[in-house]
Design a protein around this ligand. Structure first.
Ligand SMILES: [Zn+2]
Length: 260
């Protein structure tokens, strides 16, 4: 079952990289294909290159926080949407803080959700302007078409949070990470994915089971505040994630609050 999941994820990623505009570069990522097929390193379910980025980026690329601190940073991508509100209500029940990586072009019209996230102490960060895969973009293009304009939109809508960027699909190069570091932007990846975007893996309690299996100090957990099917399961699993994490002595914090 697991190898099938990796294969599906691999196909998903291949699809991202083969739409005519983007190409898999074997010089940049010689192990790209096998990273998605083989479980490597101590942190499960993530491409090995994430750990290489973190190691090479002097604190400007986060895959996880301090591995001795009982903290977990839940993160939700692709909003704001009406799902964001449901998620915030659940987080609040557990007095948990989280990080929302929002898409610039989706900000307008969602002022109420922005307000709700802000007044409850959640962090709002940058997930590009229109969710394009920026893997093959030049630094300048990535900055101008995806990142700077999203920060500008944030600022127009009163969002002043710390400068964190999560690349759509986790697709980014070391060169881009290094460039963003010169702009004082930290790239945020993840150490646990719940696969909540995948309709084959977001039913029943599968997302909670993944979390439970891979929970570790300093975890950054990838979820989505968008409805990719089986939303009720996601919301129920989120409650179970919070309940279980708390029962194990973890504190749920924003990315900015993770200990280095
Ligand atoms: Zn996304």
């Amino acid at each position: 079952m697991k190898s099938l999941s990796y294969f599906i994820l691999f196909l998903f990623c291949l699809n991202d990289f083969s739409d005519g505009k983007l190409e898999y570069n074997s010089e940049v990522y010689p192990n790209f294909e096998s990273d998605f097929l083989v479980k490597k390193d101590s942190i499960s379910n993530i491409p090995k290159r994430f750990l290489e980025f973190q190691k090479n980026s002097k604190g400007y690329c986060l895959v996880n926080g301090n591995s001795t601190a009982k903290q977990i940073a839940l993160s939700f991508d692709d909003g704001p949407t009406e799902v964001s509100q449901k998620i915030i209500e659940i987080l609040n029940k557990f007095n948990a803080k989280a990080s929302f990586f929002w898409v610039g072009e989706r900000i307008k019209g969602n002022e109420d959700i922005i307000q709700l996230a802000k007044e409850n102490g959640h962090l709002i960060a940058n997930h590009s302007w229109n969710h394009e895969n920026g893997f093959s973009f030049s630094n300048q293009d990535l900055w101008e078409t995806q990142i700077a304009n999203t920060f500008k939109e944030f600022s127009d809508y009163g969002i002043q949070d710390a400068a964190f960027y999560r690349p759509p699909f986790g697709a980014i190069t070391q060169k881009q990470i290094d460039f963003l570091a010169t702009q004082n932007i930290k790239t945020v990846l993840w150490s646990i994915t719940t696969m909540d975007w995948d309709a084959n893996q977001n039913t029943d309690d599968l997302m909670f089971q993944k979390f439970k299996e891979h929970i570790h100090p300093g975890a950054i957990v990838l979820m989505h505040d968008a409805d990719y099917g089986n939303l009720d399961s996601k919301l129920k699993d989120l409650e179970n994630i919070l309940k279980f994490g708390k029962s194990q002595g973890y504190e749920f914090v924003t990315i900015a609050e993770l200990k280095p």
